[in-house]
Design a protein around this ligand. Structure first.
Ligand SMILES: [Mn+2]
Length: 383
Protein backbone atom coordinates (compact mmCIF):
# COMPACT_ATOMS: atom_id res chain seq x y z
CA UNK A 1 0.00 0.00 0.00
CA UNK A 2 1.19 3.47 -0.77
CA UNK A 3 0.07 6.62 0.99
CA UNK A 4 0.97 10.29 1.23
CA UNK A 5 1.40 11.94 4.61
CA UNK A 6 1.20 15.70 4.93
CA UNK A 7 0.19 18.08 7.75
CA UNK A 8 0.11 21.67 8.99
CA UNK A 9 -1.38 23.37 5.97
CA UNK A 10 -2.46 26.34 8.12
CA UNK A 11 -4.78 27.69 5.43
CA UNK A 12 -5.53 31.36 6.01
CA UNK A 13 -2.21 32.03 7.69
CA UNK A 14 -1.07 35.64 7.85
CA UNK A 15 2.72 36.00 7.86
CA UNK A 16 4.02 39.39 9.04
CA UNK A 17 0.87 41.02 7.67
CA UNK A 18 0.85 39.08 4.37
CA UNK A 19 -2.07 36.77 3.55
CA UNK A 20 -0.50 33.52 2.38
CA UNK A 21 -3.58 32.02 0.71
CA UNK A 22 -2.18 32.46 -2.82
CA UNK A 23 1.11 30.89 -1.81
CA UNK A 24 -0.81 28.03 -0.24
CA UNK A 25 -2.91 27.55 -3.38
CA UNK A 26 0.30 27.44 -5.41
CA UNK A 27 2.00 24.81 -3.29
CA UNK A 28 -1.19 22.74 -3.01
CA UNK A 29 -1.41 22.70 -6.81
CA UNK A 30 2.02 21.12 -6.73
CA UNK A 31 0.83 18.75 -4.01
CA UNK A 32 -2.09 17.59 -6.16
CA UNK A 33 0.34 16.89 -9.02
CA UNK A 34 2.50 14.85 -6.65
CA UNK A 35 -0.58 12.88 -5.61
CA UNK A 36 -1.57 12.38 -9.23
CA UNK A 37 1.86 10.99 -10.14
CA UNK A 38 2.28 8.79 -7.07
CA UNK A 39 -1.05 6.95 -7.32
CA UNK A 40 -1.42 6.62 -3.53
CA UNK A 41 -4.16 4.55 -1.91
CA UNK A 42 -4.88 7.34 0.55
CA UNK A 43 -3.78 10.88 1.46
CA UNK A 44 -3.40 11.66 5.17
CA UNK A 45 -3.46 15.23 6.54
CA UNK A 46 -2.42 15.24 10.21
CA UNK A 47 -4.02 18.40 11.53
CA UNK A 48 -3.78 22.18 11.48
CA UNK A 49 -5.78 22.26 8.29
CA UNK A 50 -6.66 25.88 8.95
CA UNK A 51 -4.60 28.42 10.83
CA UNK A 52 -7.43 29.43 13.13
CA UNK A 53 -10.78 28.31 14.43
CA UNK A 54 -12.70 30.76 12.22
CA UNK A 55 -10.77 30.75 8.95
CA UNK A 56 -11.12 33.48 6.31
CA UNK A 57 -13.46 32.74 3.39
CA UNK A 58 -10.57 32.40 0.90
CA UNK A 59 -9.08 29.67 3.04
CA UNK A 60 -12.37 27.76 3.21
CA UNK A 61 -12.78 28.04 -0.56
CA UNK A 62 -9.20 26.82 -1.06
CA UNK A 63 -9.72 23.76 1.14
CA UNK A 64 -12.97 22.98 -0.66
CA UNK A 65 -11.20 23.19 -4.02
CA UNK A 66 -8.17 21.11 -2.99
CA UNK A 67 -10.24 18.33 -1.41
CA UNK A 68 -12.66 18.22 -4.34
CA UNK A 69 -9.77 17.81 -6.77
CA UNK A 70 -8.00 15.18 -4.66
CA UNK A 71 -11.04 13.04 -3.97
CA UNK A 72 -12.97 13.81 -7.16
CA UNK A 73 -10.38 14.27 -9.95
CA UNK A 74 -7.38 12.32 -8.65
CA UNK A 75 -9.73 9.76 -7.10
CA UNK A 76 -7.80 9.24 -3.86
CA UNK A 77 -9.49 8.90 -0.46
CA UNK A 78 -8.44 11.56 2.07
CA UNK A 79 -8.22 11.16 5.85
CA UNK A 80 -7.81 14.39 7.78
CA UNK A 81 -7.90 15.37 11.44
CA UNK A 82 -8.23 18.60 13.40
CA UNK A 83 -5.05 20.08 14.89
CA UNK A 84 -4.75 22.54 17.76
CA UNK A 85 -5.40 25.47 15.40
CA UNK A 86 -8.65 24.02 14.03
CA UNK A 87 -12.15 24.22 15.45
CA UNK A 88 -13.17 20.57 15.93
CA UNK A 89 -16.88 21.18 15.34
CA UNK A 90 -16.50 23.42 12.30
CA UNK A 91 -14.10 21.02 10.64
CA UNK A 92 -16.40 18.09 11.44
CA UNK A 93 -19.39 19.62 9.63
CA UNK A 94 -20.92 17.05 7.29
CA UNK A 95 -18.30 14.46 8.12
CA UNK A 96 -20.69 11.51 8.34
CA UNK A 97 -22.02 12.32 4.88
CA UNK A 98 -18.57 13.00 3.44
CA UNK A 99 -17.25 9.66 4.68
CA UNK A 100 -19.51 8.02 2.09
CA UNK A 101 -17.61 9.95 -0.59
CA UNK A 102 -14.09 8.94 0.50
CA UNK A 103 -13.45 12.09 2.48
CA UNK A 104 -12.84 11.06 6.09
CA UNK A 105 -12.83 14.09 8.38
CA UNK A 106 -12.10 13.62 12.08
CA UNK A 107 -12.82 16.92 13.80
CA UNK A 108 -14.25 16.18 17.21
CA UNK A 109 -12.68 13.75 19.62
CA UNK A 110 -14.36 10.36 19.94
CA UNK A 111 -13.86 8.02 22.89
CA UNK A 112 -14.04 5.03 20.56
CA UNK A 113 -12.27 5.90 17.34
CA UNK A 114 -13.32 3.63 14.51
CA UNK A 115 -10.68 3.04 11.85
CA UNK A 116 -10.84 3.75 8.17
CA UNK A 117 -9.99 0.36 6.69
CA UNK A 118 -8.36 0.07 3.27
CA UNK A 119 -7.33 -3.07 1.44
CA UNK A 120 -4.29 -3.87 -0.64
CA UNK A 121 -3.02 -7.18 -2.08
CA UNK A 122 -1.87 -8.30 1.35
CA UNK A 123 -5.07 -7.60 3.25
CA UNK A 124 -6.53 -4.79 5.32
CA UNK A 125 -4.75 -1.72 6.71
CA UNK A 126 -6.51 0.14 9.55
CA UNK A 127 -6.06 3.89 9.78
CA UNK A 128 -6.86 5.26 13.25
CA UNK A 129 -7.36 9.02 13.17
CA UNK A 130 -7.23 10.86 16.51
CA UNK A 131 -8.00 14.58 16.24
CA UNK A 132 -6.34 17.00 18.64
CA UNK A 133 -8.25 17.44 21.91
CA UNK A 134 -7.46 19.17 25.18
CA UNK A 135 -6.81 16.75 28.06
CA UNK A 136 -9.98 17.89 29.94
CA UNK A 137 -12.09 17.04 26.87
CA UNK A 138 -10.52 13.57 26.68
CA UNK A 139 -10.97 13.13 30.44
CA UNK A 140 -14.64 13.97 30.25
CA UNK A 141 -15.43 11.88 27.18
CA UNK A 142 -13.54 8.82 28.35
CA UNK A 143 -14.35 9.29 32.02
CA UNK A 144 -10.82 8.60 33.21
CA UNK A 145 -9.91 10.82 36.17
CA UNK A 146 -6.18 10.25 35.97
CA UNK A 147 -5.86 12.09 32.66
CA UNK A 148 -3.93 15.25 33.47
CA UNK A 149 -1.86 16.07 30.41
CA UNK A 150 -1.42 15.25 26.73
CA UNK A 151 0.76 12.23 27.44
CA UNK A 152 -1.76 10.50 29.72
CA UNK A 153 -4.64 11.49 27.41
CA UNK A 154 -3.06 10.00 24.31
CA UNK A 155 -1.92 6.91 26.24
CA UNK A 156 -5.51 6.31 27.30
CA UNK A 157 -6.93 6.77 23.79
CA UNK A 158 -4.33 4.47 22.26
CA UNK A 159 -4.96 1.84 24.91
CA UNK A 160 -8.61 1.80 23.89
CA UNK A 161 -7.65 1.50 20.23
CA UNK A 162 -5.21 -1.30 21.07
CA UNK A 163 -7.96 -3.20 22.90
CA UNK A 164 -10.31 -3.12 19.92
CA UNK A 165 -7.69 -3.73 17.27
CA UNK A 166 -7.61 -7.13 15.56
CA UNK A 167 -4.22 -8.81 16.07
CA UNK A 168 -1.80 -9.06 13.14
CA UNK A 169 -3.47 -6.28 11.18
CA UNK A 170 -1.31 -3.53 9.76
CA UNK A 171 -2.18 -0.15 11.18
CA UNK A 172 -1.48 3.55 10.77
CA UNK A 173 -2.08 6.16 13.47
CA UNK A 174 -2.85 9.78 12.58
CA UNK A 175 -2.47 12.30 15.42
CA UNK A 176 -1.50 15.87 16.25
CA UNK A 177 0.99 15.95 19.11
CA UNK A 178 4.40 17.12 20.30
CA UNK A 179 6.75 14.17 20.77
CA UNK A 180 9.50 14.47 23.39
CA UNK A 181 12.80 15.32 21.69
CA UNK A 182 11.18 16.78 18.58
CA UNK A 183 12.66 19.89 17.04
CA UNK A 184 10.30 22.85 17.25
CA UNK A 185 10.13 26.13 15.33
CA UNK A 186 8.58 29.55 15.98
CA UNK A 187 5.28 29.01 14.14
CA UNK A 188 3.95 26.22 16.35
CA UNK A 189 1.50 27.31 19.03
CA UNK A 190 2.35 25.50 22.29
CA UNK A 191 -0.13 22.71 23.07
CA UNK A 192 -0.30 23.59 26.75
CA UNK A 193 0.58 26.53 28.95
CA UNK A 194 2.55 25.68 32.07
CA UNK A 195 3.01 21.94 32.41
CA UNK A 196 4.11 19.64 29.68
CA UNK A 197 2.38 19.37 26.32
CA UNK A 198 4.66 16.63 25.08
CA UNK A 199 4.15 12.88 24.75
CA UNK A 200 6.70 10.05 25.02
CA UNK A 201 7.44 8.24 21.74
CA UNK A 202 6.70 4.97 23.56
CA UNK A 203 2.96 5.76 23.64
CA UNK A 204 2.85 4.97 19.90
CA UNK A 205 3.95 1.40 20.40
CA UNK A 206 2.25 -1.11 18.11
CA UNK A 207 1.52 1.05 15.06
CA UNK A 208 3.40 0.42 11.83
CA UNK A 209 3.44 4.07 10.85
CA UNK A 210 2.57 7.10 12.97
CA UNK A 211 1.60 10.13 10.84
CA UNK A 212 1.94 13.20 13.02
CA UNK A 213 1.25 16.88 12.67
CA UNK A 214 2.33 19.81 14.85
CA UNK A 215 6.10 20.20 14.37
CA UNK A 216 6.76 22.16 11.22
CA UNK A 217 10.15 20.67 10.35
CA UNK A 218 10.02 17.25 8.67
CA UNK A 219 11.50 14.73 11.10
CA UNK A 220 11.25 11.19 12.39
CA UNK A 221 11.73 9.46 15.73
CA UNK A 222 11.04 6.14 17.48
CA UNK A 223 13.15 3.89 15.24
CA UNK A 224 11.74 5.57 12.17
CA UNK A 225 8.10 4.66 12.76
CA UNK A 226 7.00 8.09 14.00
CA UNK A 227 7.01 10.81 11.38
CA UNK A 228 6.30 14.50 11.07
CA UNK A 229 5.82 15.44 7.44
CA UNK A 230 6.24 19.09 8.45
CA UNK A 231 4.24 22.07 7.19
CA UNK A 232 3.74 22.76 3.48
CA UNK A 233 5.31 26.23 3.72
CA UNK A 234 7.73 28.06 5.99
CA UNK A 235 5.50 29.87 8.47
CA UNK A 236 8.22 31.71 10.42
CA UNK A 237 11.69 33.02 9.72
CA UNK A 238 13.03 30.37 12.12
CA UNK A 239 12.17 27.92 9.32
CA UNK A 240 14.26 29.70 6.65
CA UNK A 241 16.70 26.77 6.52
CA UNK A 242 14.01 24.07 6.41
CA UNK A 243 13.28 22.04 3.33
CA UNK A 244 9.51 21.51 3.15
CA UNK A 245 8.21 18.22 1.83
CA UNK A 246 5.55 15.53 1.98
CA UNK A 247 6.12 11.86 2.77
CA UNK A 248 5.32 9.19 0.22
CA UNK A 249 5.20 5.95 2.16
CA UNK A 250 5.34 2.44 0.81
CA UNK A 251 4.01 -0.16 3.27
CA UNK A 252 4.87 -3.81 2.67
CA UNK A 253 2.97 -6.98 3.52
CA UNK A 254 4.24 -6.97 7.11
CA UNK A 255 3.78 -3.26 7.77
CA UNK A 256 7.40 -2.32 7.08
CA UNK A 257 7.52 1.22 5.69
CA UNK A 258 9.86 2.98 3.28
CA UNK A 259 9.52 6.74 3.44
CA UNK A 260 10.43 9.08 0.62
CA UNK A 261 10.39 12.83 1.24
CA UNK A 262 9.24 14.70 -1.84
CA UNK A 263 10.24 18.35 -1.83
CA UNK A 264 7.69 21.14 -2.23
CA UNK A 265 8.74 24.31 -4.03
CA UNK A 266 6.99 27.47 -2.88
CA UNK A 267 5.97 30.37 -5.08
CA UNK A 268 8.06 32.60 -2.82
CA UNK A 269 10.73 31.33 -0.48
CA UNK A 270 11.22 32.60 3.08
CA UNK A 271 14.81 33.78 3.49
CA UNK A 272 17.04 35.37 6.06
CA UNK A 273 19.76 37.69 4.73
CA UNK A 274 22.59 39.19 6.80
CA UNK A 275 25.12 41.88 6.01
CA UNK A 276 25.77 45.59 5.63
CA UNK A 277 23.01 47.45 3.85
CA UNK A 278 25.23 48.49 0.94
CA UNK A 279 26.43 44.90 0.39
CA UNK A 280 22.89 43.55 0.51
CA UNK A 281 21.66 46.14 -1.99
CA UNK A 282 24.60 45.38 -4.28
CA UNK A 283 24.11 41.61 -4.21
CA UNK A 284 20.37 41.96 -4.73
CA UNK A 285 21.01 43.10 -8.33
CA UNK A 286 21.91 39.56 -9.36
CA UNK A 287 19.34 37.87 -7.11
CA UNK A 288 16.84 35.93 -9.24
CA UNK A 289 14.26 35.63 -6.48
CA UNK A 290 13.68 39.15 -5.31
CA UNK A 291 10.01 38.47 -4.63
CA UNK A 292 10.86 36.07 -1.79
CA UNK A 293 9.76 36.88 1.76
CA UNK A 294 12.84 38.38 3.33
CA UNK A 295 14.07 39.05 6.83
CA UNK A 296 17.21 41.15 7.02
CA UNK A 297 19.75 41.32 9.81
CA UNK A 298 21.70 44.51 9.23
CA UNK A 299 25.27 44.39 10.49
CA UNK A 300 25.92 48.13 10.11
CA UNK A 301 27.15 49.59 13.38
CA UNK A 302 26.09 53.18 12.78
CA UNK A 303 22.69 54.71 11.99
CA UNK A 304 21.15 53.84 8.61
CA UNK A 305 18.49 56.04 7.08
CA UNK A 306 15.23 54.38 6.00
CA UNK A 307 16.62 50.84 5.91
CA UNK A 308 13.21 49.21 5.33
CA UNK A 309 12.32 51.56 2.45
CA UNK A 310 15.64 51.03 0.69
CA UNK A 311 15.48 47.26 1.14
CA UNK A 312 11.95 47.16 -0.24
CA UNK A 313 13.12 48.86 -3.42
CA UNK A 314 15.08 45.69 -4.22
CA UNK A 315 13.20 43.15 -2.11
CA UNK A 316 9.54 44.29 -2.20
CA UNK A 317 8.60 41.58 0.32
CA UNK A 318 11.06 42.54 3.01
CA UNK A 319 8.98 41.81 6.09
CA UNK A 320 11.31 42.30 9.00
CA UNK A 321 14.58 44.15 9.66
CA UNK A 322 16.80 43.57 12.68
CA UNK A 323 19.69 45.72 13.86
CA UNK A 324 21.54 43.63 16.46
CA UNK A 325 24.71 45.75 16.42
CA UNK A 326 23.02 49.12 16.52
CA UNK A 327 21.49 49.96 19.88
CA UNK A 328 21.03 53.66 20.60
CA UNK A 329 22.67 54.21 24.00
CA UNK A 330 19.48 55.57 25.59
CA UNK A 331 17.76 52.26 24.86
CA UNK A 332 20.70 50.33 26.15
CA UNK A 333 19.97 50.86 29.85
CA UNK A 334 16.58 49.18 29.51
CA UNK A 335 17.84 46.41 27.19
CA UNK A 336 14.42 45.19 26.08
CA UNK A 337 14.27 41.41 25.75
CA UNK A 338 13.04 40.05 22.46
CA UNK A 339 9.41 39.65 23.54
CA UNK A 340 8.52 37.59 20.46
CA UNK A 341 10.65 34.75 21.78
CA UNK A 342 8.95 34.68 25.18
CA UNK A 343 5.89 32.68 26.15
CA UNK A 344 2.94 34.51 27.72
CA UNK A 345 3.95 33.17 31.12
CA UNK A 346 7.55 34.37 30.75
CA UNK A 347 6.38 37.75 29.55
CA UNK A 348 3.95 38.12 32.43
CA UNK A 349 6.61 36.99 34.95
CA UNK A 350 8.92 39.71 33.63
CA UNK A 351 6.12 42.29 33.87
CA UNK A 352 5.22 41.12 37.37
CA UNK A 353 8.76 41.45 38.69
CA UNK A 354 9.19 44.84 37.05
CA UNK A 355 6.06 46.17 38.74
CA UNK A 356 6.39 44.54 42.15
CA UNK A 357 10.15 44.18 42.42
CA UNK A 358 9.64 40.54 43.34
CA UNK A 359 9.74 37.26 41.47
CA UNK A 360 6.45 35.45 40.99
CA UNK A 361 6.00 32.39 43.18
CA UNK A 362 5.42 29.05 41.58
CA UNK A 363 1.83 29.10 42.80
CA UNK A 364 1.20 32.45 41.16
CA UNK A 365 2.79 31.26 37.91
CA UNK A 366 0.55 28.19 37.92
CA UNK A 367 -2.55 30.30 38.54
CA UNK A 368 -1.58 32.54 35.63
CA UNK A 369 -1.01 29.55 33.34
CA UNK A 370 -4.45 28.19 34.26
CA UNK A 371 -6.09 31.48 33.31
CA UNK A 372 -4.31 31.66 29.95
CA UNK A 373 -5.20 28.07 29.19
CA UNK A 374 -8.87 28.71 30.00
CA UNK A 375 -8.86 31.78 27.76
CA UNK A 376 -7.24 29.85 24.92
CA UNK A 377 -9.84 27.13 25.24
CA UNK A 378 -12.66 29.63 25.25
CA UNK A 379 -11.18 31.35 22.21
CA UNK A 380 -10.95 28.02 20.39
CA UNK A 381 -14.45 26.93 21.28
CA UNK A 382 -16.37 30.18 21.14
CA UNK A 383 -17.11 32.80 18.49
MN1 LIG B 1 0.86 23.51 13.07
Amino acid sequence: MRFIHTADWHLGRIFHGVHLTEDQAYVLDEFIKIAQDAHPDVVIVAGDIYDRAVPPQDAVALLDDVLSRLVGDVGVPVVLIAGNHDSPERLAFGSRLLANSNLHVFGTFSADPRPVVLEDDFGPVSIYAVPFAEPPVVREKIGADHIRDHDSALRQILRRIEAGRPANTRSILVAHAAVVGGEASDSERPLSIGGSGTVEPAVFHGFDYVALGHLHRPQASGQGRIHYSGSILKYSFSEASHGKSVNIVEMDAKGGCTVERVALSPRRDVRHIQGNLSDILEKARSDQNRDDYIMVTLLDRGPVLNAMGRLREVYPNTLHVERPLFTPSAMHARAPADHKRLTETEMFCAFFSQVTGEEMTEREARAFARIVEALRRREREAT
